[in-house]
Design a protein around this ligand. Structure first.
Ligand code: AMP
Ligand code: MG
Length: 407
């Protein structure tokens, strides 16, 4: 291990960029579009046809020739009815019209739509409302007026949300190329940890980090996650971590990265041949964060065991790293205003849990929720995430705009 790396404490921004620079690439896979929501698109989606693909009627009513109204015609004979998706009904003369519905393709020979609210109809004869003057070409959404055929509508690196699901269908293909997701091992370390459902001794605690972490991962679509619990035992850690590294593409550990006598994780990881990228970040909570890369390029995040620290470090570092590796181009970059002033004296980046609320004038405000310690994860109940307050200032006034990270 390079002694310099082990000793040098870096700040939040440097830690985040060192992680991004060391993330691998997991390739792509083809999925049915029904499975594409929440995935990162890896191909360009082009319009299969002009958008709209035909002159599309946008009102229920009648379709006429505008020149007829201009020449004084006020009554029209209905020669057919056309609904959306129906065959086009042509007109023969200036005083005939087609009863037409929203979504229908404008038939040949007509150019203007008069809404049903502006006409009265008696059997096959339609009369325009007195004095009503339609504009030429009204209520027709012209073919290709939005996007001609072949236009690039979605770029690689786009996160596929609800609008993108709709746009994918304009591409016309039932499957789509998206980023492949890694297989992740979420590993709790600690002799004191007991899972729910098991008897818990007086000196033991419930393991909670792995549940929080796998929940946060699942919420971002990482479902290939295995939860593992390991003791503070060097030999077991070495054996099991070696096996997990063979079987998974990302390791996320919690606990055992501080200065305690049983905090073996950094040592064991180095013995397994990891390259240490950094250990310790000037931040609260989560100072002992460790990040390294295996000889075959697999990222290993070793998060501090305190539950608030581990979740903050996951959300601030591991999740952006994973999404960067999946080539997400435009992550969410929300900023919020502080609802009240915050004082924080230490020369550390500060991650402060907050609850988001709308003010009376519609601004999104972040109300701080202090935890007693970084072990007090029960205080996170009802919080939305945390804000990042940078090093170098000790007073952040009400209204201060800060980066926000959602749990
Ligand atoms: P460590 O980083 O191993 O020194 O752990 C710091 C604190 O976090 C200790 O009080 C641990 O008991 C607690 N802790 C560690 N891992 C977990 C876990 N998986 N779930 C809940 N608490 C944990
Ligand atoms: Mg421990």
């Amino acid at each position: 291990m390079s002694g310099d790396k082990a000793r040098r404490r870096i700040d939040v921004a440097e830690a985040a960029s060192l992680i991004l620079a060391r993330m691998p690439e997991w390739g792509t896979r083809q999925v049915p579009i029904d499975s594409a929501h929440g995935e990162v698109l890896r191909q360009t989606i082009r319009a299969e046809r002009d958008q709209p693909p035909f002159d599309r009627v946008t009102m229920d009513g009648i379709a006429i020739r505008h020149a007829a109204v201009a020449a004084g015609v006020r009554r029209f004979r209905v020669i057919g009815t056309q609904g959306a998706g129906g065959e086009r009904v042509g007109i023969a003369s200036d005083d005939s019209c087609v009863a037409i519905m929203t979504g229908a393709a404008l038939p040949p020979g007509v150019d203007t739509v008069i809404p049903v609210e502006r006409i009265s109809r008696d059997a096959d004869v339609v009369t325009l409302e007195a004095g009503y003057q339609p504009a030429a070409g009204q209520f027709v959404h012209r073919r290709a007026s939005d996007h001609p055929q072949g236009t690039a509508l979605l770029a690689p690196g786009t996160l596929i949300g609800a609008p993108e699901m709709a746009i994918l269908t304009i591409g016309g293909s039932a499957s789509v190329e998206v980023s492949r997701r890694p297989s992740i091992a979420v590993i709790s370390t600690g002799d004191e940890l007991v899972d729910v459902g098991q008897p818990v001794g007086a000196n033991q605690i419930r393991a909670s980090n792995d549940r929080a972490i796998s929940g946060a991962l699942a919420a971002r679509g990482f479902r290939d996650c295995r939860r593992v619990s390991l003791p503070d035992d060097r030999a077991v850690l070495e054996r099991e971590l070696r096996r997990l590294l063979d079987e998974h593409e990302v390791l996320i550990l919690t606990g055992g990265v501080s200065m305690g006598e049983f905090d073996y994780v950094p040592q064991v990881l180095l013995e397994l041949g990891m390259e240490l990228v950094f250990h310790k970040v000037l931040q609260r909570p989560g100072l002992p964060l460790w990040f390294g890369v295996s000889p075959d390029g697999k990222p290993v995040f070793a998060l501090p065991g305190n539950p608030v620290s581990s979740l903050v470090c996951l959300v601030r570092y591991a999740l952006p790293g994973l999404l960067h590796a999946m080539r997400l181009e435009h992550g969410l970059l929300p900023v919020v205003g502080l609802a009240e002033a915050v004082r924080f004296e230490p020369d550390l980046g500060y991650f402060l849990p907050v609850t988001l609320k709308y003010s009376a004038d519609g601004r999104c405000l972040a109300r701080p929720k202090q935890t007693n310690t970084s072990g007090d994860f029960a205080a996170l109940a009802g919080t939305s995430g945390f804000v990042e307050l940078p090093r170098g200032a000790s007073l952040f006034p009400a209204g201060y705009t800060a980066r926000f990270f959602s749990w």
